[in-house]
Design a protein around this ligand. Structure first.
Ligand SMILES: NC(=O)C1=CN([C@@H]2O[C@H](COP(=O)(O)OP(=O)(O)OC[C@H]3O[C@@H](n4cnc5c(N)ncnc54)[C@H](O)[C@@H]3O)[C@@H](O)[C@H]2O)C=CC1
Ligand SMILES: O=C(O)CCC(=O)C(=O)O
Length: 438
């Protein structure tokens, strides 16, 4: 093959695995299946705004480094845009745009009065000291201050960001504005107006959807096994709540390594080990595993909780699970998805499965706005109600249209947004009621 051909092939592969391309194709498909005109897709394909910022940081050794960050604000017809901020070396414009579209869809599925937003900085946080990371977090907010805020766009944590980072960011925003504005972001420390239950919310939501899926499949969770890829905020909380439902978690991987224990990993012990600074690759109370092997294990439930494009044609081919619960955003490539479909795996799609995070973020914002706080039990109950409703709306669409859970989730999300677009006059009644006889 010539170099040119190799390049062309590489471009096709990267285009197919480009999250923006993936979300576009899935949206087009759902717009068509709903019988809407292409105008609906045209309104949704691009974010309202994509902001690129450069941050000049003086490093501890005295050198100056430039960092690039983005914020994508997709749609604001139901309320402020909302979504996490990611610190990762592989952040790109297209990734941030796709992630913001996914945020619009998941808020729509859960009926939250929010639109989609997402941000990211191209950085490997492991290469920065805590002081440098704080400077970078504050610099990012300084650049974005004019375009974010509790009624405009509300950030939150995502990959490699956490309540500590949210605390720095909120402080920077408040200093610039001159007063305390806790609703400008969510996922902040409890002491600064964070919500009870937010840290656990995404994992809790994932497990609620697994519980509902198991019910549909007549699966007994107390005799089921699971493997989890990624043990950060989402993966660890998912493991914790799976263990509460007596699911046997036999394998867990993270970037540093993977572990396997046939009769189940003691999640409480592992969480204590991680909290005391340990990493999975050093955990000696379970067998060490090559992280790649996690895909082919004989388990009932597989949970990707790391990054995009992990379930590929190859890894899906190895998979034996009956349920794939997409805790991560965009973990499955189109080719991987086709393999899962052929194997009749019950996929709980990301825009439904991981929507517990933004749901409790919404509750956090509501509490900040009214300056009155709910108990953890209240939050858990409200989250459960929303997740169960969301799951059954998607399931209903799946059954009604004889389609798959992923397509059904897109259809529920797009239909909700389309109704809002029509009410605002962005699309016309004819765009939603095409004459299908021609
Ligand atoms: N934090 C939240 O509330 C929400 C997060 N998500 C999504 O969930 C996923 C995980 O996010 P967080 O847990 O917040 O991030 P995190 O930064 O807390 O954890 C990420 C985890 O992924 C692991 N990882 C990275 N590359 C890996 C690889 N190749 N193999 C195995 N593990 C790998 C890391 O070691 C780490 O354990 C992301 O896709 C994120 O967008 C979705 C909804 C809400
Ligand atoms: O909590 C939020 O607002 C957003 C969480 C998020 O980034 C996500 O759902 O991907």
């Amino acid at each position: 093959m010539t170099n040119e051909n190799e390049q062309a092939e590489a471009d096709i592969t990267s285009q197919n695995d480009n999250p923006l391309h993936i979300v576009h194709e899935l949206m087009k498909d759902s717009v068509q299946s709903l019988g809407y005109s292409d105008n609906v897709f045209r309104v949704l394909e691009k974010p309202l705004r994509l902001i690129e910022v450069s941050m000049r940081i003086r490093m501890n050794d005295g050198s100056i480094k430039n960092f690039t960050g983005y914020r994508s604000q997709h749609l604001d017809i139901f309320g402020p845009t909302k979504g996490g901020i990611r610190f990762h070396p592989s952040v790109t414009r297209d990734e941030v745009k796709a992630l913001s579209i996914w945020m619009s869809l998941k808020s729509a599925i859960l009926g939250l009065p929010l639109g989609g937003g997402k941000g990211g900085i191209i950085v490997n946080p492991e290469e920065l000291t805590s002081e440098e990371l704080e400077d970078l977090s504050r610099a990012y907010i300084r650049k974005l201050t004019p375009v974010i805020g509790p009624q405009k766009d509300i950030p939150a944590p995502d990959v490699n960001t956490n309540p500590e980072v949210m605390g720095w960011m909120m402080d920077e925003y408040d200093q610039l504005r001159g007063y305390n504005i806790p609703g400008m972001l969510t996922g902040k420390p409890l002491i600064l107006g964070g919500s009870a239950g937010r840290l656990a919310a995404t994992g809790r939501g994932v497990v609620l959807t697994i519980r509902e899926a198991a019910d549909v499949l007549n699966m007994d969770l107390s005799t089921s096994t699971a493997a989890i890829q990624g043990f950060g905020n989402v993966g660890s909380m998912t493991a914790k709540y799976l263990a509460e439902l007596d699911v046997t978690v036999v394998a867990i991987s993270e970037a540093s390594g993977a572990i396997y224990q046939e009769d189940g990993i003691d999640i409480h012990e592992l969480l204590e080990f991680i909290e005391s600074g340990g990493v999975i690759g050093d955990y000696d109370k379970a067998e060490q595993l090559d992280p790649e092997e996690i895909f082919g294990l004989e388990v009932d439930i597989f949970i990707p909780a790391a990054l995009e494009n992990q379930i590929t044609e190859k890894t899906a081919g190895q998979m034996q699970a009956k349920i794939v619960a997409e805790a991560a955003n965009g973990p499955t490539t189109p080719a991987g998805d086709k393999v899962l479909e052929d194997k009749d795996v019950f996929v709980i799609p990301d825009i439904l499965c991981n929507a517990g995070g933004v749901t409790v973020s919404y509750f956090e914002w509501v509490q900040n706005e009214m300056n009155y706080y709910w108990s953890e039990e209240d939050i858990h109950n409200k989250l459960e109600e929303r997740m169960v409703d969301g799951f059954h709306n998607v399931l209903h669409m799946r059954n009604e249209k004889s389609t798959r859970m992923r397509q059904a989730a897109y259809m529920v999300g797009v239909a909700h947004i389309a109704e809002g677009l029509s009410a605002r006059g962005w699309v016309k009644p004819g765009d939603l009621h095409q004459d299908r006889s021609t």
